[in-house]
Ligand binder design. Structure first.
Ligand code: GLU
Length: 309
């Protein structure tokens, strides 16, 4: 992709990098512990097809929770909102992404929203396909279309590392299965889910996917309406209410754009009609968001008046 290195963006990246040592890389998925703490890169893909970048934007990372927005879009296209929201709610939780508590205390078995792990696992269980390979293949094809990049793949090492260690996610699956939220085999859902989280791309790809949401589902390069407008709207709304874990409220006040983060340190954000932004900074704050990524967005939002509110 033709993306120009930009001095102004580089300045903000250098400023934001100063906070990387206040965070930590995720280590509960063993393969993620190998990421280097002081990395920070950003790409901004404008809806007119121009692109600017700063830092090592070719470096690949896994999507982790960012994939939750994309699997949600696919499943909403496949089944429609009514069916999907029968199984997963639409309310923020205020709890950490992998919390199990509200599964038991509120509306037993039905997760509160699709951006927390419990909700995302339900969404993954709804991806259409005969086999696990068909399901992950369909999601991957959809993501390749969004990034307009055929070379995006699943990182086998990260997928395997999470599959072998992800016991809390399994526990949530069994709890939901007990309550009839899904019928699928837990190990099959975990197989597809861990591969979905391990889909790997770089900040440029992520910025481009953000720009598709900025244009309400229409691809700025190909002109194709990949996500129907009403579904893109639902996804963006979840990004605002639940996209930055249990820091989403503060993020909405301080930065004010739809965004979704993942524990590998990625953030996908967008400014409606203007651009998508992809950030990679693996050092995380205590809520699980890229610490320097948030700082960078704070600087950009203040300097370019990005808040939608
Ligand atoms: N694969 C991760 C998990 O389920 C995703 C978490 C995240 O990025 O928030 O724990």
């Amino acid at each position: 992709m033709n993306c120009r290195h930009n001095k102004e963006l580089e300045y903000f990246v250098t400023e934001a990098k100063k906070v990387t040592d206040k965070g930590k890389v995720a280590s509960y998925i063993p393969a993620l512990a190998e990421l280097s703490e002081d990395d920070l890169s950003a790409a901004v893909y404008f809806t007119d097809g121009t692109c600017i970048s700063a830092g090592d934007v070719e470096k690949a990372f896994t999507l982790q929770s960012i994939s939750k927005v994309l699997s949600l879009a696919l499943v909403l296209i496949d089944h429609g909102p009514e069916k999907v929201f029968h199984y997963v709610g639409q309310e923020p939780t205020g709890d950490p992404f992998n919390s199990i508590i509200k599964l038991e205390t509120v509306n037993p078995g039905k997760p509160l929203n699709p951006m927390i792990n419990a909700g995302a696992l339900v969404v993954t269980s709804m991806i259409k396909g005969e086999t696990n390979a068909d399901k992950i293949g369909r999601l991957l094809d959809f993501i390749k279309k969004l990034a307009n990049n055929r070379s995006i793949t699943v990182c086998g090492k990260v997928a395997e590392s999470e599959f072998e260690t992800s016991m809390v996610n399994r526990a949530m699956c069994y709890y939901m299965k007990e309550h009839g939220i899904f019928q699928a085999e837990v190990e099959d859902v975990m197989d597809v889910y861990t591969k979905q989280c391990a889909i790997e791309m770089n900040s440029l790809d992520l910025a481009k996917i953000g720009s598709v949401f900025a244009l309400n589902g229409k691809h700025p390069e190909t002109g194709e309406q990949i996500i129907p407008k009403d579904i893109a709207r639902i996804c963006k709304t979840f990004m605002v209410t639940c996209g930055m874990y249990n820091a989403s409220g503060e993020f909405a006040i301080k930065i004010g754009i739809p965004a979704k983060s993942g524990v590998s340190g990625g953030i996908m954000g967008l400014s409606p009609y203007r651009f998508g932004i992809g950030i990679f900074g693996p050092s995380l704050d205590e809520k699980g968001n890229s610490i320097a990524g948030i700082r960078l967005l704070e600087l950009l939002s203040a300097n370019y008046s990005l808040s939608i509110f």
